[in-house]
Design a protein around this ligand. Structure first.
Ligand code: ZN
Length: 642
């Protein structure tokens, strides 16, 4: 198909916020988008795949200040880290947009002016609780004990001048659009959430400018205001294609807009299915065809975050397992609608069972047998048996299923279907027993046919794998010494050239790993990264328990002062079976707290956790260590704490 006749397909990821290096949970999305983009290309679409970075905002201004660099220097560095990880993961994006790109900034200014001129944006006041030293507004719910969540000081009600977008003006049109286009918000469960929680109760106007910080795109006609977040970030999807607000948009924009798919995390679906469509309506542009809010990749007990101290990075995982194993893992473990879980143990298990055993072993055995019995020559000798028909039917049927699953964006299911091809091949080896056929000279042609069918089925499976594990796909096809099979040719079985030859030097695709060795390395790595902690010199007693206390009255309870703190360091109390000693940052001070929770948490797990603390408890010594408060936990029926 010529490039001009191909149907355009425009896919985007959310742009990554450049406040810090992206963890594996953030990296999942670009890999997911990449697998969809690659598959669409294989289906014959002319794909445009855009990703990038969201680089403005107060948080970045503060982080840059803390790091002693300018905001631009700060985002240059982080955007470099993001791009390096996207490249490490072998993602095939066409455009990496940065919201500090000059052409993007210029368009955002024009868009803001146009929306103001046509009356969609108006000037008003932003109201909230204000912390003067931090120069920050907070909503009531963001305050900690009624005080500034950042510095712990008193806050005052205040208001600042700001521009607002009249969301309500377009709400009816958007409700109509969502009802007319059931495919617009995916998965469907999220559609109901948007309608019932936000659209139907009535939309609030959206604040689109701030004066309390500088790191943003100035409003051209009122430059003490900078554009606030969403109007800047969301427009990347059109400015990256060459949209021009004055009517001189690029050919590329005309070709690819509206987007076929915005792939985003479920936490920002509201911005993409309410604010973004409304901005587009105001600009008189067509709406994206589909917004898919994917679930999260969690680690163990919850969403990955630096403050929880459970962050895993793609490059660390790649060092252990390799790029394609990490791609396989994140794509395969993420169900369509529910959160997926990542852990070292699960990764090792998948590597061993799926990649080394089902796939790697199959390819290696097939090539080795071809070499052993036929010097690597693959001959379709035409001696068939019933079992061959079943193998062929399964392979061709899987091709259809994989296309269907990918059209529904069910990527994890599509990978499972590909592995069903490899599973069927392994079963075919058991059924045909090539080693037994090899003992009988009269069955030589049957043996050749069996190996031909295996090589052909693996060629199809490996070609399908390209969208998900591109390097592995290449490696298998090069070991089979054949070209990638076109998706459009996968309605036939038997296109591997008769008399073709496989490599005589098969390589192991995935080496099995030992879980114990991996965990030892992980522990060593964590120990090297853990911050140095002060050594406690006090003598320690053995096995101290926290005593149960008598019943208290409400008045007793009311005397307690609770505050949220963050655990900045934690270590086990030596010789105690139950105690952990934590350093907890509460407001501007750090308290040392000893707690009987060793059976439930490792010291590493504690670091970064936000905890509720009884702060006015009289200091006491536990196991000889001073404890200046108490951590509060909830206990479930099984005695597990959280
Ligand atoms: Zn403050």
């Amino acid at each position: 198909m010529c490039k001009e006749c191909k149907k355009p397909y425009y896919i985007t990821t959310a742009i990554a916020y450049t406040s810090g290096k992206p963890h594996i949970g953030n990296t999942y999305e670009i890999v997911l988008a990449d697998s969809i983009a690659r598959f669409k290309r294989a289906q014959g679409y002319d794909v445009r795949f855009q990703t990038g970075t969201d680089e403005h905002g107060q948080k970045i201004e503060l982080k840059a200040e803390a790091a002693g660099v300018t905001p631009k220097e700060y985002v240059d560095n982080v955007a470099g880290q993001v791009k390096a990880i996207w490249d490490l993961m072998n993602t095939s994006y066409d455009k990496f947009i940065r919201t500090t790109d000059a052409d993007h900034e210029a368009q955002v200014q024009k868009i803001f002016k146009r929306l103001y001129d046509q009356g969609d944006i108006y000037k008003g006041y932003y109201e909230g609780m204000y912390c003067t030293p931090c120069e920050s507004f907070f909503t009531e719910s963001q305050l900690v004990d009624g005080k500034c969540p950042d510095c712990g000081r008193e806050v005052q009600p205040a208001k600042e001048e700001a521009y607002f977008f009249k969301m309500s003006k377009y709400a009816d049109r958007l409700i109509q659009y969502i009802n007319d286009h059931p495919e617009f918000i995916q998965p469907v469960s999220r559609k109901n959430e948007m309608m019932n929680n936000f659209l139907l109760p009535g939309l609030q106007d959206l604040c689109v400018s701030r004066t309390s910080f500088n790191w943003g795109i100035p409003v051209s006609f009122d430059p003490k205001h900078v554009t606030y977040v969403w109007l800047d970030a969301l427009t990347n999807y059109i400015t990256g294609l060459g949209y021009d607000c004055d009517g001189n948009s690029s050919e590329m924009f005309k070709k690819y807009w509206p987007a076929d798919l915005h792939l985003i995390g479920k936490d920002i679906i509201r911005f993409h299915t309410i604010y973004w469509p409304i901005f587009l309506m105001a600009l008189d542009l067509p709406l994206p065809k589909q917004v898919f809010g994917h679930p999260w990749l969690l680690q163990g007990d919850g969403k990955m975050s630096k403050s929880k101290g459970n962050v895993l990075y793609a490059d660390t995982l790649v060092d252990f397992f390799g790029v394609d194993a990490v791609r396989y893992f994140v794509l395969h473990e993420m169900p369509f609608d529910n959160d997926g879980v990542i852990s070292w143990e699960l990764m090792v298990e998948r590597l061993n069972s799926d990649l080394a055993n089902i796939l790697g072993n199959l390819v290696n055995r097939t090539i080795s047998m071809s070499n052993k019995y036929f010097d690597g020559v693959v001959r379709n000798a035409g001696v068939t048996e019933d079992v061959d028909a079943d193998l062929k039917a399964v392979v061709l049927d899987e091709v259809k299923k994989i296309n269907d699953k990918m059209d529904q964006l069910r990527v994890a299911d599509a990978i499972t279907e590909i592995f069903n091809i490899f599973r069927r091949c392994n079963k075919y080896i058991d059924e045909t027993m090539p080693w037994a056929l090899a003992k009988d000279e009269a069955k030589k042609d049957r043996l050749a046919t069996v190996l031909y069918n295996l090589v052909e089925a693996i060629t199809i499976g490996a070609s399908l794998l390209e969208a998900f594990m591109p390097e592995t796909s290449d490696k298998i096809l090069s070991q089979l010494q054949t070209e990638k099979r076109e998706l459009s040719a996968m309605d036939q079985f038997g296109l591997y050239p008769d008399g073709g030859k496989v490599t005589d030097k098969p390589e192991i695709l995935f080496a099995r790993m030992d879980i114990k060795e991996v965990m030892e390395k992980v522990e060593a790595m964590r120990a090297a990264e853990a911050p140095a902690e002060e050594k406690k010199e006090e003598p320690e007693e053995e096995g101290i328990d926290i005593e149960a206390k008598p019943e208290i009255t409400y008045d007793d309870f009311a005397k307690l002062q609770f505050q949220v703190g963050e655990i900045i360091a934690c270590e086990a109390v030596k010789k105690s079976k139950k105690l952990l000693c934590s350093q907890v940052k509460i407001g501007s001070q750090v308290k040392q707290i000893v707690s009987g929770i060793k059976a439930h948490y490792t010291p590493e797990e504690m670091v970064g956790k936000k905890v509720m603390v009884v702060v006015n408890l009289k200091p006491a010594k536990l196991a000889g260590i001073l404890s200046e408060g108490m951590l509060l936990c909830a206990e479930d029926a099984d005695g597990n704490l959280s």
